[in-house]
Design a protein around this ligand. Structure first.
Ligand code: SF4
Length: 459
């Protein structure tokens, strides 16, 4: 498939914009030197005149994470191969989220989700991507690390160990850092999201497997929301030694769909290929899903694991009770007369705001909360294809996306043998003291001072 490139939108050699740990924007030159960008002064009238809340630095950052950037790298690769400058050829690796796969399957009328995944693998490989991974695999690590962390916190006597709040949603994490800052950060799990675990896996383990430096790999993630672009740009996920980001470019599902159309490809006509394995071995036979819905199944994975590790229970069914609305649900597991595990899922900022109020007033009696910024979770993310439709049309599509997402066999993260092998080979065991686990699978958060008086926004 000859790659079609719109050269006008392709920016060769643009300096990389990143977000530092204190939330300021900086440019990294080719040697990895940091140049802090000046803060823009914006008046209220500027605010009202603009069409969104994206700053100019964010615009550059978003341009760097675009279809044009992926095509530029693929085109540069062809050029460097032609002139024999092989050291400059990058290995292009793409990690596809299961939420994006489901959205694309529905849009292209592919009812078999296994096949839809296989056709997408073929599309990306014809485009010039060498390896295509499924982020369900890295989510196994994210779920397991969240569960192990929860068990440690439950046993700990620290005031701020519970409730443990999930960390996989950058929309929520960004809000927590800016609005609630140091008050809430200790409650947030330190486990990296599936996108960033895949970043560690690709730029650390997989690069070594290929005998390449991390900067010789260009890692693209396909995700259901724009917030994942900001997550990939955090300085926590930039390696000063190799001058390399764990995830170089995030494309939303809608952007990939635009790319498919731009390339004039009919997805249903393509062959089916297997996803690659991000570890030694050939393709992946079957793709699978985690129980508990399109936001990743954190509540169920942590509940199953901790009920077993703490109380020796094997949970058969997990039944949810809707509270104020379908995006605020809770699960209570009675252990004995005196003990219970009380978990909740809070989706959308309206529910998150209520949760934060309870936490501040000392009236939040949950042990664990799966917190996600989007109502209905990641299958309904702002980067999904139906997100660009009118609300009525989007409402019809969402149940179809949910149905196809769930149309796979369900696996517990601890059932994945390859994950256990990688704990041994890549992370030198699963001990809490393992420096590799801390560095590669966990992260930190930062209180971000906002300069303006925040308005009392109600969702
Ligand atoms: S809930 Fe929404 S913002 Fe958060 S990770 Fe999922 S899609 Fe992105």
């Amino acid at each position: 498939m000859p790659v079609k490139i719109d050269k006008s939108s392709s920016k060769a050699g643009a300096a990389a914009v990143s977000i530092d740990s204190d939330g300021t924007y900086l440019e990294l030159d080719e040697k990895g030197q940091k140049h802090y960008l000046k803060k823009a002064t914006i008046t209220l009238s500027d605010c009202l005149a603009c069409s969104g809340c994206v700053t100019s630095a964010e615009t550059v950052l978003l341009q760097q994470q675009s279809q044009a950037e992926l095509l530029r790298v693929i085109q540069d690769n062809e050029h460097f191969k032609e002139i024999g400058d092989i050291d400059k050829v990058k290995v292009v690796v793409l990690s596809l989220s299961p939420q994006s796969r489901a959205s694309l399957a529905v849009d292209h009328k592919l009812t078999d989700v296994q096949q839809a995944g296989g056709k997408l693998v073929t599309f990306f490989k014809k485009l010039g991507v060498q390896y295509v991974f499924d982020t369900t695999f890295s989510r196994d690590f994210s779920l397991l690390e969240s569960a192990r962390e929860f068990v440690r916190r439950y046993k700990s006597s620290s005031d701020k160990s519970l409730p443990m709040l999930t960390s996989a949603c950058p929309g929520w994490v960004c809000y927590a850092e800016k609005v609630h800052g140091s008050f809430v950060l200790p409650y947030i799990s330190t486990a990296k999201s599936p996108q960033q675990v895949m970043g560690s896996l690709v730029k650390d383990y997989f690069a070594k497997l290929l005998m390449k430096r991390p900067d010789q790999l260009f890692h693209v993630a396909v995700m259901p929301c724009f917030d994942k672009k900001l997550e990939a740009s955090r300085s926590d996920f930039y390696d000063d030694v190799s001058h390399s980001k764990d995830v170089d470019c995030v494309l939303t599902t809608g952007e990939v769909n635009a790319l498919i159309k731009e390339q004039e490809v009919v997805l249903s006509n393509l062959d089916v290929q297997q996803f690659d394995k991000p570890f030694s071995g050939s393709g992946v036979d079957d793709i699978y899903v985690h129980a508990g819905g399109g936001a990743g199944g954190y509540l169920e994975a942590v509940l199953n694991y901790s009920a077993n590790k703490l109380f020796g229970l094997e949970l058969k069914d997990i039944s949810y009770k809707n509270l104020r609305n379908k995006d605020m649900r809770e699960v209570v597991v009675k252990i004995d007369e005196k003990t219970e595990l009380k978990f909740a899922a809070a989706y959308g900022f309206r529910n998150i705001q209520n949760l934060m109020q309870k936490l501040r007033r000392g009236r939040c009696n949950y042990h664990f909360v799966e917190v996600m910024a989007c109502p209905s979770g990641c299958l309904n993310g702002g980067g999904q294809i139906h997100a660009s439709l009118k609300a009525d049309a989007a409402k019809v599509i969402l149940p179809q996306v949910e149905q196809i997402y769930n149309g796979l066999k369900v696996k517990l993260p601890e059932e994945n043998e390859a994950v256990q092998v990688l704990y041994r080979e890549w992370l030198q065991g699963d001990s809490v003291e393992s420096c590799s686990i801390e560095k590669l699978l966990h992260t930190t958060y930062h209180h971000i001072e906002t300069q303006t008086t925040s308005l009392a926004i109600k969702w």
